[in-house]
Design a protein around this ligand. Structure first.
Ligand SMILES: Cc1ncc(COP(=O)(O)O)c(C=O)c1O
Length: 436
């Protein structure tokens, strides 16, 4: 066995400049990248345990929850999904998964691997479920757990969740949602909507790299998890009972992970320090700007991109009224080679957009405006480049139409923000006058 000599070793990592405007991952906030290069500390260093506690508190703000059990799962978003499902579902439990895209199938697949009895209902890709359809299925299936994606990136749809928690409560069902693609760019009210468990990832609207999955658990979910508690031999202490139906995964055993993040600080895995720094910074920048303000920024960027692609003559896929703020899917125009056009965008403009999965692969492009890239310059640059590429591949597109339509949305947003602040200022003056 020979080892490579120094002149055959690859050089240090030096990625090309890219504007990531696909369905995620997206370009991270510069401060998140800086946070990741901060020096490492030991896992029980008081700095580290304080950073963990700060991260928990920051994510309570992001999720809009008072849940004590709010933390990170090390791994990509599906690590969070898997931790939630394997810890909440016992073999043989009935799980209901309404499927409206690829990621509903993923939840069903993970529940199946957890040996649940999985029931699905499906709707066409590009649609969401009315709450009444979900309730009918709950009544028929009588599941222990409802597992429901909020924003399914494969179709861009945003399933309304606000009525679902109350339905689950009434029928004694634990309510879990995968908010990987939607959290931070669309409303998410964990407590007000009655969520028992929710998970996400950093690489979408939170503006970080993939590799850490924020999770929040209601007291009801914690109770289910604690009833299945098993502490591994080697760190077990007197009084640590072992439930017969313990969670079948060690890495994703939320009971042990809660003990690691909680006051007991019982060693489980070694927390991924640089990812913790990244996740902490993602939440910090979001709350610094303001949760509602960040959602508004995504809403405006999404509306501008929508107006831009429509002005370029592209047909938008799915029920636009239920689209996530942060991603739009457009039909690839007849005669335009979808993959070659995406390659031209990447190679000539350094811009990445995506196609989709399953029935939508090669049929749509998905263009994201999320996290750090939910910005006017990113939207306008992408539309200008898309127009040039479409023309190069023979599509007839109005010159400058997409950029102008998007810029108009921004001008309108500025005008409405200005009139809102004038109205707010006038109201303040009136209040002040009233108080006098
Ligand atoms: C809605 C949804 N769930 C789950 C995942 C899986 O995420 P990850 O690739 O971070 O594991 C994705 C990824 O795009 C997603 O969009």
């Amino acid at each position: 066995m020979t080892s490579p000599s120094s002149h055959t070793l690859p050089g240090p990592i030096d990625p090309p400049a890219r504007l990531l405007m696909g369905p995620g991952p997206i370009s991270a906030y510069p401060s998140v990248l800086r946070a990741m290069s901060a020096p490492l500390v030991g896992q029980y260093d008081p700095f580290m345990t304080a950073a963990m506690a700060e991260t928990q508190e920051l994510y309570r703000g992001v999720w809009n929850t008072g849940n004590e059990a709010t933390m990170l799962i090390d791994g990509t978003s599906r690590a969070g999904i898997e931790a939630a499902i394997v810890s909440l579902v016992r073999p043989g439990d009935r799980v209901l998964v309404p499927v409206f895209g690829r990621f509903g199938h993923l939840l069903a697949e993970i529940a199946e691997r957890a040996l649940a009895e999985v029931h699905t209902i499906e709707t066409d890709w590009g649609q969401v479920f009315p709450a009444s359809v979900i309730e009918e299925a709950i009544v028929r299936v009588r599941p222990t757990l409802l597992a429901l994606v909020q924003g399914d990136t494969s179709t861009t749809m945003n399933q309304p969740l606000d009525d679902i928690g109350e339905i689950c409560r009434r029928h004694g069902v634990i309510f879990y949602s995968d908010a990987t693609a939607s959290l931070g760019g669309n409303a998410f009210d964990a407590d007000a909507w009655g969520l028992d468990a929710a998970t996400a990832g950093l690489q979408k609207c939170l503006g970080g790299p993939s590799g850490s999955s924020p999770i929040t658990l209601s007291p009801r979910a914690v109770e289910v998890i604690q009833a299945r508690k098993k502490v591994e031999a080697g760190i077990r202490e007197p009084g640590d009972a072992s439930a017969p139906d313990f969670v079948r995964s060690n890495y994703f055993d939320l009971g042990q992970i809660l003990d690691y993040w909680g006051p007991r600080r019982l060693n489980h895995h070694t927390e991924a320090t640089s990812m913790l720094y990244a996740a902490r910074e993602c939440a910090r920048v979001l709350l610094l700007e303001g949760r509602d303000e960040v959602i508004d920024r995504h809403e405006v960027a999404g509306r501008a991109m929508l107006a831009g692609v429509e002005a370029l003559g592209l047909a938008v896929f799915g029920d636009v009224a239920h689209k996530m703020n942060n991603v739009v899917a457009v039909e690839i125009p007849a005669g335009v080679p979808g993959d070659a056009a995406r390659t031209a965008l990447l190679e000539d403009f350094g811009i990445e957009i995506g196609t989709s999965f399953g029935p939508l692969h090669g049929r749509v492009w998905r263009i994201g405006t999320m996290g750090y890239n939910a910005r006017k310059d990113a939207v306008l640059t992408t539309l200008a480049a898309l127009e040039a590429v479409l023309r190069r591949f023979g599509a007839s597109v109005p010159a400058g139409g997409g950029v102008e339509a998007a810029a108009d949305v921004y001008r309108g947003a500025v005008a409405s923000t200005a009139s809102a602040s004038t109205a707010a200022a006038a109201a303040t003056t009136t209040d002040a006058a009233g108080a006098r």
